[in-house]
Design a protein around this ligand. Structure first.
Ligand code: T4K
Length: 396
């Protein structure tokens, strides 16, 4: 292959239509039709309808958790938990996460305090959490990234010893198992996202899980402005209701969950075997879990060995219609409003900066076939082989 065979330098893209990074598993038109016909016949669109209730029951069974409280998206789920836990002051969370983890805290009147992450796992560095705790810290929000988990038990221990509540953002973690227990069973509560790009998909949606019945009652009353049958006094209410249309799609997605996860695992394994010899490219192994949902394929590009930067590789791939992404770039601490706040972190966030500059997501999920992975890996291998020529051409 020659440099001029790359789409970036004028050749035809290797994929005729864009290949996104997200899941996008579609259940099939006939199943949609029959699910939506039933909603139409019942003439019941939202407010804890039969499909939402069925979904909650099925998620409780699937995760082995006492309470699953479905909501309209993961972000509002985080806001509702922060409210229900009656937290005040600062909340420690990792600096490498999606903006919603921190913004949900801001909406709840809390102050995020960023903790750096581990360079190898990308998860919050629990050793640094301890050093950040002072009297103003009201909670720790652990985030379970990339179909892996942070050190859940260490964070729970730290919270217990310091008298600080711990809850988890498991937006990426539905169906993952850590220490023999499915995510959803850790901390005071855990939040999942069922966004279209997640393996369990409700188009938009999410779920809060907790084994604390009293907390669950509070959450159910916060979810809707008019509460639920079992009234609990809460200071603030919201509208975090999941609609029947969302629940119908999530139910189909849950039915297909194991099959879709298997597909992701095969795709993940194929990337690993086809890219293992590329110098400077390392695929992240989901951390701290015995079962992952393989929701993301995350790789790190070390420029000195790969001989091209992550950003150049990204441009070359995108020209081929491979919509690779650099998630969480440029890092939460470099976004508004956090970048203007010197107290948002107490030390350097060196690992977060390093990961933001080197990490890249490759396509996985329902729209990606094994043959696509072969093509993507060939292109990446070729790009590395041609790196010297590519550099020269870019400098011209
Ligand atoms: N905590 C964490 C750690 C999170 O990662 C997230 C969300 C949350 C909390 C909050 O949960 P939610 O409130 O979102 O439920 C996505 C999602 O919007 C977001 O849910 C997710 N994390 C975040 C990491 O990624 P984008 O900007 O990457 O997605 P988007 O819409 O650009 O889609 C990716 C690709 O898929 C694009 O190439 C377009 C394509 N696409 C997307 C959709 C939705 C399609 O082809 N069809 C589609 O329907 O944010």
């Amino acid at each position: 292959m020659k440099v001029n065979n790359l789409a970036f330098f004028g050749a035809m893209p290797k994929f005729s239509s864009p290949l996104p990074v997200g899941q996008l598993y579609f259940p099939g038109w006939e199943r949609y039709k029959s699910a939506f016909r039933e909603i139409f016949e019942r003439q019941y669109y939202t407010n804890q309808g039969p499909l939402t209730q069925e979904l909650e029951n099925k998620i409780e069974d699937f995760l082995g958790v006492k309470n699953a409280i479905c909501v309209s998206n993961g972000t509002i789920g985080l806001m509702m938990v922060a409210e229900a836990l009656e937290i005040s002051g600062k909340v420690i969370l990792p600096s490498f996460t999606f903006v919603a983890s921190a913004q949900a805290l801001v909406w709840s009147g809390l102050k995020p305090l960023f903790c750096d992450v581990d360079a190898d796992t990308h998860q919050i560095d629990h050793r640094q959490v301890l050093a950040l705790i002072d009297n103003d810290v009201g909670a720790i929000l652990g985030v379970n990234l990339w179909g892996g988990a942070c050190d859940l038990e260490s964070l729970e221990d730290i919270g217990g010893k310091k008298g600080v509540q711990v809850f988890f953002d498991s937006a990426h973690g539905f169906g993952c198992v850590s220490n023999g227990l499915k995510l959803g069973n850790y901390g005071r509560a855990e939040i999942f996202s069922f966004h279209a790009t997640k393996l369990l998909n409700a188009t938009e949606g999410g779920c809060i899980c907790t084994n604390d019945d009293e907390l669950a009652d509070r959450l159910r009353n916060i979810r809707s402005s008019y509460g639920v049958e079992k009234k609990v006094d809460v200071a603030k209410t919201s509208n975090g209701r999941m609609s029947e249309a969302q629940a119908a799609i999530a139910l189909m997605s849950l039915e297909d969950f194991n099959k879709n996860r298997e597909h992701n695992k095969k795709i993940y394994d194929l990337y690993c075997s086809n890219l293992q010899k590329v110098p400077g490219l390392k695929i992240l192994k989901p951390s701290n879990v015995s079962t992952s949902n393989h929701q993301y394929v995350v790789c790190m590009i070390e420029e000195s060995e790969f001989r091209l930067s992550r950003d150049i590789l990204l441009k070359l791939l995108r020209s081929e219609n491979i919509l690779a992404r650099r998630y969480f770039y440029p890092g939460l601490h470099n976004t508004i409003p956090f970048k203007f706040d010197k107290q948002i972190s107490t030390g350097g966030l060196m690992n977060t900066d390093y990961i933001c500059a080197t990490c890249l997501q490759l396509p996985i999920g329902g729209l990606v076939a094994k043959g696509d992975v072969e093509i993507i890996c060939n292109i990446i291998n070729n790009i590395h082989d041609l790196s010297v020529d590519i550099r020269l051409k870019l400098e011209q």
